[in-house]
Design a protein around this ligand. Structure first.
Ligand SMILES: Cc1cc2nc3c(=O)[nH]c(=O)nc-3n(C[C@H](O)[C@H](O)[C@H](O)COP(=O)(O)OP(=O)(O)OC[C@H]3O[C@@H](n4cnc5c(N)ncnc54)[C@H](O)[C@@H]3O)c2cc1C
Length: 432
């Protein structure tokens, strides 16, 4: 292929598209990014409200998110996160703190000494952890997380206080539907190698600043182009690649990475019959919502830990942005997966969540609130969900995104892995 035709278009500036473009730019492959929105980050982006920088949704990363963390390292933004050694606590009900021992001893001892569970449940949790190791974290046949837990006697208090919150946080899918194999992939990576893999990693800056904005500077410095507010409307196969069309322009590229959310990829596939198999898989997806309820309290209000679990109400986790982002008094509460909460107006939801928090912590009335609901936060990571590969049946056309086959649930790490993989496939194809 002629040198001047080796130009790559990346459609979508979420974490997948940004990761792909960064890797391509590092290899000096000319890249142009198209982003429909005004800001970078997609489903993980900064949002301004009342002069405060929030996110479209509170995010948690894990120490096992190696691809994401190494990308951040590479562009010098690792300080943008707070790493906390594994400690999970639901105030008044449960506390697990992993001691500073090599993995998996840290988890086993943490389970043994967990507060709030009878000894028999702690012992059975240790047996379960050892059994998973013996199985190599692999199931002969995928089942739901709920079935896996029931099969191993983990469906009592430990299921409610430990495994279910972890499953919701990692897979954003109810336990009776969630893929146990995907859950085990996350447990394997988090608990069986280095102790730091089980760290809870919390952003200290808004999500656009966490990676996309800094990565964009690197991409531009290496000659890449980033067009925001530019939605790709149509893609046509051309002689030696593809023509991308937007509202007031079009351009040819040798390679395309489609890095949009799955539901936004479908209309772009309609002109490319070779993508029908991928489109068929996407059409079968179902989606799960996530709500983030921001509550601003007076500045002196704070939690004893940056992140705490909650049980018995709608709120699942609460984060103290005073401790993470330096915004005193700001708490962020997560509710993930579908439920009755979806049918309640924002005002009532904020009042209910504030009341739930006030039952656990001593809190005054919040000064203001902001509820952000993402209806299609992620695909549901259910048993038997088939996900398309990054390499498609159409030559030089690739798919990146959290929904693609990465072995991981639809998370930032899955998005980044897919983007990095697409960049690798393209640089291979160009050098051959
Ligand atoms: C509220 C919430 C909480 C979450 N919590 C966590 C968490 O704690 N941990 C975690 O790891 N993950 C979490 N996730 C999931 C995580 O945000 C996603 O997995 C990840 O951001 C997906 O990135 P992506 O690049 O695949 O897709 P997206 O972020 O959706 O990026 C796609 C981009 O493509 C753009 N686009 C779409 N169509 C076009 C077009 N035609 N032309 C140009 N641009 C287009 C969009 O504007 C968007 O910017 C959460 C998600 C939400 C919504």
């Amino acid at each position: 292929m002629a040198e001047e035709l080796r130009r790559v278009a990346v459609i979508g500036c979420g974490f997948a598209g940004i990761a792909a473009a960064l890797k391509l730019a590092e290899r000096n492959i000319p890249v142009t990014l198209f982003e429909a929105g005004k800001v970078l980050g997609g489903r993980a982006r900064g949002v301004d409200y009342r002069g405060v920088r929030l996110d479209n949704g509170q995010h948690i990363l894990l120490g096992a998110y190696h691809e994401t963390l190494s990308l951040m390292d590479g562009i010098g933004v690792r300080d943008a996160v707070l790493r906390l050694p594994l400690a999970l606590s639901v105030p008044g009900q449960f506390a697990l703190r992993a001691p500073a021992l090599p993995a998996p001893l840290h988890l086993l001892l943490g389970l043994l000494n967990a507060q709030g569970l009878p000894f028999s449940e702690r012992l059975s949790a240790i047996r379960f952890a050892l059994r998973l190791r013996l199985m190599g974290f692999r199931l002969a046949q995928d089942i739901s997380v709920a079935s896996l837990l029931a099969r191993h006697g983990q469906d009592g208090n430990i299921g409610r206080l430990l495994w279910e919150p972890l499953c919701l946080a990692a897979l954003n899918t109810p336990m009776d539907q969630a893929s146990a194999q995907i859950f085990l992939n996350v447990l394997r990576d988090s608990f069986s190698h280095a102790r730091s893999d089980s760290d809870l990693v919390l952003p200290r800056v808004d999500l656009s600043a966490l990676l996309p904005d800094a990565a964009a500077n690197h991409i531009r410095n290496r000659g890449g182009k980033i067009l925001t507010g530019c939605r790709i409307r149509r893609i046509e196969a051309a002689d030696q690649g593809f023509t991308l069309h937007w509202a007031d322009g079009s351009e040819n590229f040798s390679h395309v990475i489609c890095a949009t959310a799955p539901q936004h990829a479908l209309p772009l596939f309609s002109t490319l019959p070779e993508l029908a198999p991928a489109a068929g898989l996407i059409q079968k997806f179902s989606y799960q919502p996530i709500a983030t309820i921001y509550l601003q309290y007076p500045e002196q209000v704070g939690l004893p830990h940056p992140m705490l679990g909650l049980s018995g109400g709608w709120a699942q986790w609460v984060f103290d942005h005073g401790r993470t982002h330096g915004i005193p008094g700001l708490l962020a509460v997560i509710i993930s997966t579908e439920g009755a909460w979806q049918h309640i107006p924002a005002e009532q939801m904020a009042a209910r969540i504030a009341a739930e928090l006030a039952r656990v912590f001593e809190l005054p009335e919040p000064l203001w609130h902001k509820v952000i609901v993402e209806k299609r936060a992620t695909i549901a990571c259910t048993v038997g969900t088939e996900r398309p590969e990054q390499k498609t049946g159409l030559r030089n056309f690739y798919l990146a995104g959290d929904y693609t086959a990465s072995g991981y649930p639809a998370t930032i790490e899955s998005a980044v892995r897919s983007g990095v993989k697409c960049a690798g496939l393209i640089s291979e194809s160009i050098s051959n």
